[in-house]
Design a protein around this ligand. Structure first.
Ligand code: MLT
Length: 262
């Protein structure tokens, strides 16, 4: 693990391989370890950077909502520190929200965009209220209750019934997130901008991935982004839910390498 001071936090990240830079942004409440299989494949041909977004993994938390814009600025500062002006930017779920915010802030720094199991819409009023309740709950009670209620919704039925090691890996990763970091991310996601109107302005090649059984950011959300981002490619990952890169790494990696090598 490496660390860099960005803005008001110490940010943890891993870096491996050499070649065109790829920056992969994890979801909530995950951390950079979720990209293990993608780093193993991509680092043969690319310089792969996987940060822990603020409040997650080994990065510091900050007071107040951790907005998608703040996280995107952190990524920009990390790239500055690493001497990377332009990169392939990919994100899963919350990482996708951050990737879209990054594009809004720094369009010219994005050579290609990868949006996995994510959506362009902002939260509904009801979703915002649920986030506020969840933030209070994790601060008062810790992560375990939230993780246990979220976990079955995250995964495809096949993953839950047949792949206990995958369920355990994701559960352990979620439990490592500090309650204050999770609460800050929840409040940040609740205030994120609706990016729907901006999708048609996305110019770089864009890959959209989604697990067929994703119930959090369903196929319909991915199809909407695909319709609006000109020339984008949509790949549906079979037998996967919301964490499609861990549930089906071979399919996910094939989609990534097919996209990046063409
Ligand atoms: C994620 O996986 O990053 C979150 O489930 C996204 C969300 O809660 O909107």
């Amino acid at each position: 693990m490496s660390q860099m001071r960005v803005d008001d936090i110490q940010m943890a990240y891993d870096e491996s391989g050499a070649g065109p830079p790829v920056v992969l942004l994890h979801g909530y409440p995950f951390n950079r370890s979720m990209w293990r299989e993608q780093v193993a494949t991509l680092s043969a041909n690319y310089r792969v950077i996987t940060p822990d977004l603020r409040g997650h993994g080994d990065s510091d938390s900050s007071a107040g909502p951790a907005t998608m814009k703040a996280m995107a600025r952190d990524v920009g500062l990390l790239m500055d520190g690493l001497g990377i002006s332009r990169a392939i930017i990919g994100g899963l779920s919350m990482g996708g929200y951050v990737a879209l915010a990054f594009y809004r802030l720094f369009a010219l720094r994005v050579s290609s965009l990868i949006l996995a199991d994510t959506r362009a819409q902002a939260d509904t009023e009801e979703a915002k209220q649920i986030r506020a309740q969840q933030a209070e709950k994790v601060i008062a009670e810790g992560m375990a209750g939230m993780v246990d209620s979220m976990l079955p919704k995250l995964l495809a039925p096949e993953t839950v019934s047949k792949r206990p090691e995958v369920v355990k890996r994701i559960r352990d990763m979620m439990l490592r997130t500090k309650p204050e970091g999770a609460a800050a991310a929840l409040m940040g996601m609740a205030t994120r901008e609706d990016q729907t109107e901006n999708l048609s302005r996305i110019i770089p090649p864009t890959l959209i991935l989604v697990g067929r059984d994703d119930s959090i950011t369903p196929l319909q959300d991915a199809e909407r982004m695909h319709q609006q981002i000109g020339g984008s490619r949509l790949v549906v990952i079979e037998n996967a839910g919301h964490v499609s890169n861990i549930e089906q790494p071979e399919q996910f990696n094939k989609a990534l390498t097919d996209f990046l090598h063409t």
